[in-house]
Each structure stands twice: as structure tokens, then as C-alpha cells.
Design a protein around this ligand. Structure first.
Ligand code: SF4
Length: 908
């Protein structure tokens, strides 16, 4: 581009560098995307902040992986050799999933590690739990005290009293191995507020419970999600969706909200929440009627014959007859029916149906959270969506959708302790026979219901008080020392749940910890290494480090080493725990974290050979590159591996559903209408609140200390369609009171055509809070006062919004925003789907102007109502409770951390 007159003068006066002359002299380096690998230990670049001075900075570049969402994209930490500190993060081009690219949250890791309010030392509470008093203790004190509590619990013989509840996972079997070594059925997760609905639908078909779309090679990309901006694997997926689109793939997005992804789509279908199942079945009918199904795949890979024998025993068990009967079975799903259920034009159902029906084996589909975790019966959404892949034969194909487990590496661990000898009914209550993961969102309600207690409860990078529905019930549970004997928060940042802990133990961010990652981000299979970068830098400098906290800021540690040390101290020499933490390389000695990963990486197919070519070993290779591609492509594995279902086929017909008391769901259908279906709303005065969408800049509750991210996004107004705004007489910025089943909150209005009439939206990333006595996250937290009004009624009032403060970081005093948003989740009732167990996030709400004394950000919740409401939903599961052959749940279905097989049966 030609320079301006001013630029020419400035260049001549040497106010800015004379790039023309430098270019002519050849002193300018050609532009490169990334430093080449041979420079990583010794890379020099100009300091951008020193401009116009040409100040050189020397770096050692150390790879790790991002810890800010599940994608585990590659990062390169730039360690400044002058001061030994991490100066910035960029993408790691050697990572096969992210290929050098990141979303905003990756580089913002630098904000998190330099957060002036981060937790630097182990803390123990003083005063009553939840009061906010803390004292600094040493790691030795923390380990000894916690070990004593666990030892005492284990010696009393409980297998369900020590619990590890994980928010952000990503350590591939590490913690489960530890729990097994302790002999406890103690794994709990966040999955039932996240992916359990979708997982159930996929699992019924193929046991593999997640999809892995091959977007790059697709002809049609069908998203019931917003993967160009958020969602699991979204950065790795987004880049591949765009590649597919650049090659001509059509993008179809189904979402009641005009997300950034929907805005990029060829077809946006703003469906009424829950209607998606009807839509997919209408498209299935189109494929069947027009004979556009993949006969070979259907005939050989699907258990159609089981359905014929069971449901049509008098018919010939022939594929042609099956197709005829299939057409009759789905005749009810006309385009008109789907259009009415979804409240979209019938022409759109047909037009987009044509695109889907003609995609052939290059149909990429995905549903993540959204409809599958929103609605009662949301699991039907993924089941009917996958039906489209089955019909078109686009399962496991180039450009199609594969099971995620084909692309996920499972590590070999150095030691496998026996399965736990018992069953934790707080995690898998008997009435939720098909719940895909632990019933974590009703944990406080189960405890209140007298169904168990916990001696020691670890929350790991997990913030249910804020992230989960009905947070006041979590506070009630955590404040009750009879219910939770000891609560230990393992967390890199302060959060609302840590306020109610006995110990707060600081764990590292992405560059301060070890983990191994592998995710189905594309059609290949890779493994990546999250490593504490200053430890690797120290190694490169020839310095020995025993524990990661020696190189991290303050006393920040990591779980891997913490678990080894804790396990060692639990065992008084009589418990058989230490034997599971012995070095595989040094007889009779405790394993080190380096040995753990050495053993693991030595067993990654192809990695030792690749390492040898570079003159190093497997661990050395991963320290240097950060990731390794195990398989280029993982298509059509069913041809060698088959399907791990009871029939060995893709299960169109599920005997499991019949046996476990749900015969109406034996094949994909739309037999369960959502709790927010218009028939279940009280006329037009009741709305559907869509609370389960992410903002691209935020993680659920770990980005409030990332100043760059918060500056971009810090409010969560109510999205409302102009028609509804007119009806309610509200305009942009007005206050609205949103009444849920158990309480209400007051938020501001954003009037937009980007939301379906009758539906209101509110992102659940914003509305973080702390009380006067609490610490942390001041970029995004309102200061609140919580008042117990008696009879179960809790009130939260915003005392002040976000404010600047003085610290070592001048930016904290430059904060210009004041609005920290509104915490809505805490006003949501728990709504456990009786089949998948998933929380149904969508809420029935009433909207009105706030009354006197009801101000922006105010919240009220009735805990008694919330318990009654839980009971009502819980009854639906109890009504159908069926245990064929005494099985607690189908033996073939997945369960994380499976106990011994005999415990899979209900005991007398
Ligand atoms: S997509 Fe996730 S893992 Fe990748 S950079 Fe963003 S936050 Fe990090």
C-alpha cells in the first residue's frame, strides 16, 4: 500500500524506520507464520512494545497446551531469557488439532498467570466454613491434614465417602487411577450439565457417545451448535468448517438464536427449542421416501433385522420390506408437522431437507450442548440427528461423521489398580438407570433427601455454586459440615465454590502443570503434552527441579504431583496404596511425574521411532514439540473393529430401551415433548429462557481473571425479539424481571431480531460475584450481599459493580466498565431428564417490570420450592425404574470409573 505524505516525512526524519531502505538492503526478514523448530531454544525478535526502538528480546519457546477449554489447542510459551518469565503465548504449529491457531482465550493465558489476585499459596479456612477467613499454610501441612482425613474415611470402610468432582477434565485417566488406588467409587463430573443428553442419543446407536465430524471434506455441514464461535473443539472445528466451506460445503445452522455461526450459515433455521427432533425425522422421512439412503451401509451395518423380528414378526425379514415399513413408521413426520413443531416455514423445512438428503456420505453433523442439553427428551435430538448419518451412510466416511473414540488416544498407564468394591448411589442413583454420567447436578438434593454424605470432597477446577443451576442448594450443602466433612478446592483461580471450602489449593494454569490430551478434533488421532514450561526451561538451562511448585509463581502446584504425594501420605503402610505409586524404572521407589509421562509416551504408537530419528526419546520429543500425530486418518474403523453395541450393529432398534422401561423409545421417535414445548407453557405469558449459550471470549468460570477477555465481554443482557419487547413495553436497556420456577433475577434488555419470538436468551458466562469478605476476579465480579430471609428464601443484592483498583499491574486501575452482569443460573431449578439424566437447561419464565426495591442484578430464590421441584422431576425417573436381571444400568453402557462387575447389580 502506498505510504501517505505524513508517513514519507516521518520515515525521512527517522521517526519511523525506513522500511524501503531496509527492504532494498535485504536486512528485513521475510514474514513467517511461526519461528522454525530449530530456533525454539534460541529465538530472537524485536520487542513490539519498545517500538520505534529496535529492542531485541531472546526467548526460549516451550510448547504446552491451552487449559481454557476442552480443545487443548497447542500453545507456545515465549520464555524471556533475560528474566526467565513467560512473556506471551502464541500457537504451536506442531499441534495437529489446532495447527498453530488459537481463539482469544489461548493467548489470554498470559493474563491468568499474571493475575495480581491469583491464589499463590495453600490456604486453610479460619472461622466457620463460608465466612471468608483464610490462613496461609505449607504444602506439607495441607498434605498431612488432608491425608489424615482420607485415611480415616477409608479405614471406616466407605467406598463412596471420598469424592473427586471434576469441572475441567483433560488428564486422560490420571485421577481415575488415583481413585482406584484408594479403592473409592469417587469420580464425579460436570457431564450431566453439559454433554450427557447428546451422549445418550449417540450411545444408543453405537456406544461411542460423541461425534467427530470431518468438516474439511464435507459437502454439507449441519450444526445444532455454534461451532464457529464456541463449543467443544470449536477452534479446531471452526478452522475446518471454514476449509470445508471454502471448498463449497453448505453450512446449515439450527439455533433459536442468531449466533455468530448462524450468521455465517447458508441456511439458518431458528427452531423452537425441542422441535429439532421432529425436523430431523422429517428429513429422515424425505431420505427414505426418495430412496436416497445408502443401501449398502443400512443393510450391512444397522440392526434393522432385530426390529423386523421383534415388531413385524409376520413380515418377511427382508431389507426391501424393512424399507417399506420404515417409510410407514415415519409417515407422521411430514414437513408440515416439523414446521409446526419448530415454528419455521414449511418451505424452509423442504428446501434445507433437500440439501441434507442429497449430501450422501459427505454429511457432517454435530450437536453439542444446545438442544440436546436444553430440553426434556433432549437426547432424542442427537439420536435423530445421527439417524440422518446412518441413512446417508455418512458414518465413518471421508467428509462424514465418525465416532469420536476412533480419533482419541487412550494412554497405557504404568499401573492399573483394581476396580472399586462398591457403588456410589449419590452419583448413580438406582432410578436413573440410563443416565449417561453421574447425576452431579442433583447432588445437593440427594444429600438433602438423606441419601448419603461425603467425608472428603475435592472440587477440581469446578465451580458448581456459580455454574450449576440452583447454586443456593450447593451453598446449603457445602455449609453443612455433616453433609460434607471436608471440602478441598483445587483451583487456579478464586471462585464462588472455593469460598465455601476448608482448603483452597492453588493449581497451575496451562503453562504450570502436566497433563496429556487427545481429542477428536479432526479425522486424525493425536496426543499432546501440557507441561509446566518453566520446569522445561529450567531443564534446558541444566537446572534440576524436584516439584513443579519450585518453578511456578508463588507456591502454585499441579494435581499430578499433588496426587502422588497425597496418596503416599494416606497410606500408613497397611493400606496397599503406595504399591500403586512405585516407579516402573526404579525398584521400590516412589514414581516421579517425569517417569509417569516417560512410561506413557514410550507406549504411544510411532512416537519412540519418531523421537529416535531426532536423536531423543519419546518424552524428549514431546517436551520439544508438544504434540504428536499418531494416525493421519481414522475413517471406516467399523470395518475392522465393528460396533461395540449388544447387536454388534448400529442400533436403530434398542432392546435396551424396552428392557429398561421405555418401550416407546425403542427406535428414534419424537415421543417426548420438551418441558418448554408450547403445549407445556401457560399461554403467551410464559416464555422459554435460553440460558445455555457461550460467549466466544469466556470459559464458564475461569476467565474472569483474564483482563483482555473481560474487556471484550462483560455483560449478559436479556435477548428479546422486538415483537415481545413491544408486547411487554420495554426498550433497549430497560430492566426486566425474569421469574423462574424457584425465583427471579433482574436484568437489562437487549432488543434484537437475532432471537426467536417467544424465546428470550441470556448467556450463562457472566454474572460472577463475590461478597465483601471474598477475593479474586475483580475484573468481572459484582460485590454482592447475600441475605437469608427465612423459610428457605435467599436474596442476593448487588452492592457495587466492577471497579478499578491499584495493583502492580497498571491495567487494574484502568478498568472502564462497571457492569459485571447478572448471575442467572442460581435462579434455575434442577430439571433432570429421567432417561439421560442430563439437566434440561431451558427454563419456563414469566417476564415483568421489576417492582419497588428490585434492582438490576438482584436475585431471589426459594430453596424449599427448589427441593419440591426436584422431587417432582425425580418422581418421573422413579415411575419407570426397571432393573432387568437386577442390573442397575445396561452392562454394555459406559460408566466412568467402573466398579467391580458384581456392583452393577442391585444387591438385596
Ligand atoms: S479453542 Fe479452547 S483450547 Fe483452543 S485456544 Fe481457545 S480456549 Fe484454548
Amino acid at each position: 500500500m502506498a505510504k501517505t505524505f505524513i508517513e514519507n516525512i516521518a520515515q525521512k526524519l527517522r521517526i519511523i524506520p525506513d522500511l524501503d531502505r531496509e527492504h532494498a538492503s535485504g536486512s528485513l526478514q521475510p514474514l513467517r507464520k511461526f519461528p522454525s523448530a530449530d530456533e525454539w531454544h534460541n529465538f530472537t525478535e524485536l520487542d513490539a512494545n519498545a517500538w520505534p526502538l529496535r529492542l531485541e528480546r531472546n526467548y526460549s519457546l516451550v510448547p504446552t497446551t491451552c487449559f481454557n477449554c476442552e480443545s487443548a489447542c497447542g500453545l507456545l510459551a515465549y520464555v524471556d531469557k533475560d528474566n526467565g518469565e513467560v512473556a506471551k503465548f502464541e500457537g504451536n504449529p506442531h499441534h495437529p488439532g489446532s495447527r498453530g491457531r488459537n481463539c482469544a482465550k489461548g493467548p489470554a493465558t498470559i493474563n491468568q498467570i499474571h493475575d495480581t489476585e491469583r491464589i499463590m499459596h495453600p490456604l486453610r479456612r479460619t472461622g466457620k466454613r463460608g465466612e471468608g477467613g483464610w490462613e496461609q499454610i505449607s504444602w506439607d501441612e495441607a498434605l498431612d491434614e488432608i491425608a489424615a482425613k482420607i485415611r480415616s474415611s477409608l479405614k471406616r470402610g466407605g467406598v463412596d465417602k471420598v469424592v473427586y468432582h471434576v469441572g475441567r477434565p483433560g488428564h486422560e485417566g490420571y485421577a481415575n487411577r488415583v481413585l482406584k488406588a484408594w479403592g473409592v467409587d469417587g469420580h464425579n463430573s460436570h457431564t450431566n450439565i453439559c454433554s450427557a443428553g447428546a451422549r445418550t442419543g449417540y450411545s444408543l446407536w453405537q456406544k461411542h457417545d460423541r461425534p467427530s465430524p470431518d468438516h474439511t471434506n464435507a459437502k454439507v455441514i449441519l450444526l445444532t451448535s455454534s461451532h464457529l464461535e464456541t463449543g467443544h473443539y470449536f477452534n479446531p472445528h471452526a478452522q475446518r468448517i471454514l476449509e470445508g466451506m471454502m471448498e463449497g460445503a453448505k453450512l446449515i445452522v439450527i439455533d433459536p438464536r442468531l449466533s455468530n455461526t448462524a450468521a455465517m450459515a447458508d441456511h439458518w433455521l431458528p427452531t423452537w427449542p425441542g422441535g429439532e427432533t421432529a425436523l430431523f425425522l422429517a428429513w429422515a422421512k424425505m431420505i427414505i421416501e426418495r430412496g436416497l439412503f445408502d443401501r449398502e451401509f443400512m443393510e450391512t451395518q444397522v440392526n434393522w433385522d432385530s426390529w423386523m423380528r421383534a415388531v413385524h414378526p409376520n413380515e418377511p425379514c427382508e431389507f426391501e420390506r424393512f424399507i417399506e415399513l420404515l417409510g410407514e413408521e415415519y409417515a407422521e413426520y411430514t414437513p408440515e408437522f416439523a414446521a409446526a413443531e419448530c415454528r419455521i416455514p414449511v418451505e424452509q423445512v423442504i428446501e434445507v431437507g433437500e440439501v441434507v438428503a442429497n449430501a450422501g456420505t459427505q454429511l457432517c453433523t454435530h450437536v453439542w450442548r444446545s438442544a440436546a442439553i436444553g430440553n426434556l427428551g433432549g437426547w432424542q435430538v442427537s439420536r435423530s440427528l445421527h439417524f440422518l448419518n446412518v441413512l446417508t451412510g455418512s458414518v465413518g466416511t471421508v467428509g462424514g461423521t465418525s465416532p469420536n473414540s476412533w480419533s482419541k488416544f487412550k494412554p497405557s498407564l504404568f499401573d492399573v489398580p483394581p476396580d472399586p468394591d462398591g457403588w456410589n448411589e449419590l452419583h448413580f442413583p438406582p432410578e436413573y438407570t440410563l443416565s449417561h454420567y453421574e447425576m452431579s447436578h442433583i447432588l445437593p438434593h440427594l444429600i438433602k433427601d438423606g441419601r448419603g454424605t461425603m467425608d472428603v470432597y475435592f472440587t477440581r477446577v469446578f465451580n458448581p455454586v456459580w455454574t450449576y443451576p440452583d447454586g443456593f442448594s450447593w451453598i446449603e450443602m457445602l455449609e453443612n459440615e455433616e453433609a460434607v466433612g471436608c471440602h478441598i478446592a483445587l483451583t487456579p483461580t478464586w471462585n464462588e465454590t472455593a469460598f465455601f471450602a476448608d482448603y483452597v489449593l492453588p493449581m497451575g494454569h496451562a503453562s504450570e502443570r502436566h497433563d496429556v490430551n487427545s481429542y477428536a478434533t479432526s479425522s486424525g488421532k493425536w496426543v499432546a503434552f501440557r507441561q509446566p514450561v518453566l520446569r522445561e526451561y529450567a531443564r534446558r538451562q541444566g537446572r534440576e527441579v524436584e516439584f513443579t511448585h519450585e518453578v511456578n509463581p508463588g507456591q502454585v502446584w499441579e494435581e499430578d504431583e499433588f496426587w502422588i504425594e497425597l496418596s503416599w501420605r494416606i497410606d500408613d503402610g497397611t493400606m496397599g496404596i503406595r504399591e500403586h505409586f512405585m516407579s516402573p524404572y526404579r525398584e521400590g521407589e516412589k514414581i516421579t511425574v517425569d517417569e509417569y509421562y516417560q512410561y506413557l509416551f514410550e507406549r504411544v504408537p510411532g512416537l519412540p521411532e519418531a523421537a529416535e530419528k531426532e536423536g531423543t526419546n519419546a518424552l524428549g520429543y514431546m517436551r520439544q514439540h508438544g504434540a504428536f500425530l499418531i494416525e493421519e486418518a481414522t475413517y471406516e474403523k467399523h470395518k475392522s473393529e465393528g460396533w461395540p453395541t449388544p447387536s454388534g450393529k448400529q442400533e436403530f432398534y434398542s432392546e435396551t430401551m424396552i428392557e429398561f422401561g421405555y418401550p416407546e423409545h425403542s427406535i428414534p421417535h419424537y415421543r417426548q415433548k420438551s418441558h418448554v414445548h408450547p403445549e407445556n407453557l401457560s399461554g403467551e405469558d410464559e416464555y422459554c429462557l435460553l440460558p445455555n449459550f457461550r460467549l466466544p471470549q469466556h470459559i464458564h468460570s475461569r476467565s474472569a481473571n483474564a483482563k483482555w477477555l473481560v474487556e471484550i465481554a462483560h455483560r449478559n443482557p436479556i435477548w428479546i425479539h422486538p415483537k415481545d419487547a413491544r408486547k411487554l413495553g420495554v426498550a433497549e436497556g430497560d430492566l426486566l424481571k425474569i421469574e423462574t420456577e424457584i425465583g427471579w433475577f433482574v436484568d437489562k434488555v437487549w432488543v434484537t431480531e437475532g432471537i426467536k419470538p417467544g424465546v428470550v436468551g441470556c448467556s450463562h458466562h457472566i454474572g460472577r460475584w463475590r461478597r465483601k469478605q471474598d477475593r479474586g476476579n475483580r475484573f468481572l465480579t459484582n460485590t454482592v450481599a447475600i441475605e437469608d430471609q427465612g423459610n428457605g428464601k435467599m436474596r442476593m443484592k448487588t452492592v457495587s459493580g466492577v471497579e478499578p483498583w491499584k495493583s502492580d499491574d497498571p491495567d487494574t486501575n484502568r478498568i472502564w466498565w462497571r457492569d459485571g452482569g447478572v448471575h442467572q443460573n442460581i435462579t434455575h431449578a434442577v430439571q433432570p431428564d429421567p432417561i439421560s439424566g442430563a439437566h434440561c437447561w431451558l427454563q419456563k419464565v414469566r417476564l415483568s417490570r421489576p417492582g419497588p426495591g428490585e434492582d438490576y442484578g438482584d436475585i431471589e430464590v426459594d430453596r424449599e420450592k427448589s427441593f419440591e421441584y426436584y422431587k417432582r422431576w425425580n418422581e418421573w425417573a422413579k415411575d419407570r425404574e426397571t432393573h432387568p436381571r437386577g442390573e442397575r444400568r445396561p452392562l454394555w453402557m459406559k460408566r466412568p470409573l467402573s466398579p467391580k462387575k458384581e456392583h452393577w447389580y442391585i444387591q438385596d
